[in-house]
Design a protein around this ligand. Structure first.
Ligand SMILES: [Zn+2]
Length: 439
């Protein structure tokens, strides 16, 4: 098994000479960067000047743990106050729209140098699964300069890889044609879109892939397994969010957790209740601090993602830590019957195991004082009444839903529509359960 290329890359980035062990040199590097960064944001950002007014020198990780968190809401209130450079130095602004009632959109700013760091990470991350002369089809938005597909394309070209940027999948058959005709052997795309490709792929088609990278959204194990099986290749998962500078971590050949971009980002896991930093192995909220970002550095940013640092060394042989799969996204869970939280990941696991299902949307409403969960399904079947019943039963087998229905706290409805064309969800935002109560 090949060691994660992040190992060598991070050693180079921190100037590791091999005099001390890697762990202590990496810790020293991170501590030093944290200290410099705090000084930098206090001098340059309006928000942090005030937010960190009681913070001084950072001499230890313990000192750092006393620093207040930065939240999603802080950014939404006034993104411009996070800027550490003059607006003329910003080359890319990403606007993240919020569907909630709070209204304000979140803006994330990047300088040319910040984007260069992302390209560099993408390059090294992709070298886990492709090499020179491979042909990669990017199924992520890439039209605009600085978009994820554009940066990924630039990174792959530096690896000597042939790149085709297609964008999100609107038409599965067309994409499968391209893969066949251009002899593509690797894909990067959104989990459920790749799943749709795998469900449209007919076994006789001559498609031979060596690897697939899933990105942008949560990929449930059911989805990953099916894609692996249909395309008969390795499926790697990537963890990241715009706030991290798109890339956060990527799996190695062991396919057991994400190796992290540790020279650019410092990750902590905190207890969601006490807010204390947790030791390796414990589940909690992922918090990160940018170490090298210039335009809009973030200090102890709460992601809302629940995961843990895996306690045991990786099979690939690196010392680098691994982040486990995100088991839950705080922002994506909905409270049902005032007692149970349901997540889109749980629904994905149950529903995508049903082959006739192409896509679904989950909406929660209030009906006669009870919560009502409606699942709208897309299927290519012309007669789908039986499928609706099957889906109802599958969901009813899920303890959480069963309990709530039994206690008369939940109504479950399944509605279907037939999709003639090979249309599939082309949204690139992270999927979630839509909550329409009290709105
Ligand atoms: Zn590994």
């Amino acid at each position: 098994m090949k060691i994660t290329p992040l190992d060598r890359w991070i050693k180079e980035k921190i100037g590791y000479k091999g005099k001390k062990d890697f762990k202590s040199e990496l810790d020293n590097y991170i501590l030093n960067k944290l200290h410099q960064n705090i000084k930098y944001v206090k001098e340059n950002s309006i928000f942090y000047k005030n937010h960190l007014k009681n913070t001084n020198k950072i001499s230890s990780f313990k000192d750092f743990e006393k620093i207040p968190f930065t939240t999603d809401l802080d950014i939404r209130k006034n993104p411009g106050h996070f800027l550490c450079v003059s607006p003329s130095h910003i080359s890319r602004i990403v606007t993240l729209r919020t569907s909630g009632t709070t209204g304000e959109n979140k803006r994330i700013f990047f300088t040319k140098e910040d984007q260069e760091l992302t390209i560099d990470f993408f390059k090294i991350g992709m070298s886990t699964l492709v090499e020179e002369k491979d042909k990669v089809l990017i199924l992520l938005p890439g039209e605009r300069e600085g978009s994820v597909g554009d940066l990924l394309g630039k990174a792959l070209k530096r690896l000597g890889v042939k790149v085709y940027i297609y964008g999100p999948v609107h038409n599965s058959e067309k994409v499968l044609e391209i893969i066949k005709n251009r002899k593509i052997n690797s894909l990067v795309g959104i989990p459920i879109q790749i799943l749709s490709l795998s469900r449209y792929k007919k076994s006789k088609e001559e498609i031979k892939l060596k690897s697939i990278l899933l990105s942008t959204d949560y990929a449930s194990n059911t989805v990953i397994k099916e894609i692996e099986k249909t395309f008969n290749c390795k499926v790697f998962d990537h963890y990241g969010m715009t706030e991290m500078g798109l890339g956060g971590g990527v799996e190695c050949e062991a396919l057991k957790g994400y190796h992290l971009r540790e020279a650019d980002l410092y990750f902590e896991i905190i207890d969601p209740i006490t807010k204390e930093k947790l030791p390796n192995g414990k589940w909690g909220e992922v918090v990160f601090t940018t170490l090298t970002r210039k335009g809009m550095p973030l200090i102890r940013y709460k992601t809302g993602d629940i995961s843990r640092i895996i306690n045991t060394p990786c099979l690939c042989g690196t010392y680098l830590r691994r982040l486990d799969k995100i088991i839950f996204r705080k922002k994506e869970g909905v409270l049902l019957g005032d007692i149970e939280i349901l997540t889109i990941g749980e629904l994905d696991d149950i529903l995508f195991s049903i082959n006739e299902l192409m896509d679904f949307k989950a909406v929660v409403t209030k009906e006669e004082e009870k919560d009502c969960l409606t699942i709208y399904i897309d299927t290519k079947l012309t007669r789908y009444k039986e499928l609706l019943v099957h889906i109802y039963n599958r969901l009813y087998e899920f303890d959480l839903i069963k309990e709530l229905i039994k206690r008369r706290k939940l109504t479950l409805k399944i509605k279907g529509r037939m999709r003639k064309e090979n249309y599939f969800n082309n949204g690139i935002q992270k999927r979630k359960i839509i909550d329409k109560r009290n709105k």
